[in-house]
Design a protein around this ligand. Structure first.
Ligand code: IPE
Ligand code: IPE
Ligand code: MG
Length: 253
């Protein structure tokens, strides 16, 4: 028998029923609007990023409670290096602080931490903290928490092509064997299902280089809410809308 979860939206205007049997397996989130959130409050952008970390905490717990299997957050894009040095440093140090503060709890919840992206360009301290977190949680059996860090979808594809090329050269893979399934094994998301839904906050409606290969059949969900104001109810509403869409994958119903 299907299980349901009833709840009211945060403004109490709507009662919503989630079908717990069709919770998306993989949710991708483009966390956007930290800077605008801060600006609207007359605060520095760093305050927005700080507040955004609290949202990550809340969303991770909620995804775990709802039974989501993979949560991928876009934390730092390969294009975000264009930002002022101070801001980049703030983002990196917030990541380190977040891991230091949350790792034990995350581990207790059986979450597996993974990263998507090229970590080699990150500050050494950051890399160490992340590698330790991945190592500590690698045998956990719960939700897979992917942090996209210095991630760019086009870079990911080039990176995959180069690795695949090497395997073709060495004879490990034959050219005629290459298909979508083989190719996907060379992406950062190897072995993971594609995101069922991609959420972007702050009113922007674009991918900004987030999971272009994996999102070809994802449902997109946009909200004007800035990331620091995104709450678990907003996530539930996104999932509710997702459950009321018809995914056809090119076929007919
Ligand atoms: C998202 O918020 C955080 C990151 C990209 C790391 P922004 O910093 O992009 O906030 P806006 O878009 O300037 O408001
Ligand atoms: C996308 O947000 C990157 C992350 C959320 C990490 P941006 O704020 O960098 O994207 P654009 O520049 O508005 O496309
Ligand atoms: Mg932005």
């Amino acid at each position: 028998m299907a299980k349901f979860l009833n709840f009211f939206t945060s403004d109490k205007s709507e009662e919503i029923t989630l079908n717990m049997d069709s919770i998306p397996k993989h949710i991708g989130i483009i966390m956007d609007g930290n800077g605008r959130w801060a600006k609207a409050k007359g605060l520095p952008r760093s305050a927005g990023h700080k507040a955004g970390v609290e949202t990550i905490r809340e969303v991770l717990v909620e995804c775990n409670d709802l039974g989501v299997k993979y949560l991928t957050i876009y934390a730092f894009s390969s294009e975000n290096w264009k930002r002022p040095k101070d801001e980049v440093n703030t983002l990196m140090s917030l990541l380190v602080q977040y891991l230091r503060k949350e790792l034990n709890e995350i581990h207790k919840e059986k979450v597996v931490i993974k990263t998507l992206g090229d970590l080699s360009a990150l500050p050494e301290l950051c890399v160490k903290e992340i590698e330790d977190a991945k190592e500590k949680t690698k045998d956990n059996t719960g939700l897979v928490f992917n942090i996209a860090l210095n991630y760019g979808g086009r870079d990911e594809i080039i990176h995959a092509v180069k690795k695949l090329y090497k395997d073709v050269e060495s004879g490990k893979v034959k050219e005629e064997e290459i298909d979508k399934e083989i190719f996907e094994q060379y992406l950062y998301t190897a072995g993971m299902p594609d995101p069922d839904i991609i959420i972007r906050t702050s009113g922007e409606q674009r991918l900004s280089n987030f999971l272009p290969w994996q999102s070809t059949y994802s449902e997109f969900w946009f909200t004007d809410i800035n990331w620091p104001d995104f709450k678990k109810d907003t996530l539930r509403k996104a999932i509710y809308d997702y459950q009321n869409r018809e995914r056809r994958f090119g076929g007919v119903k």
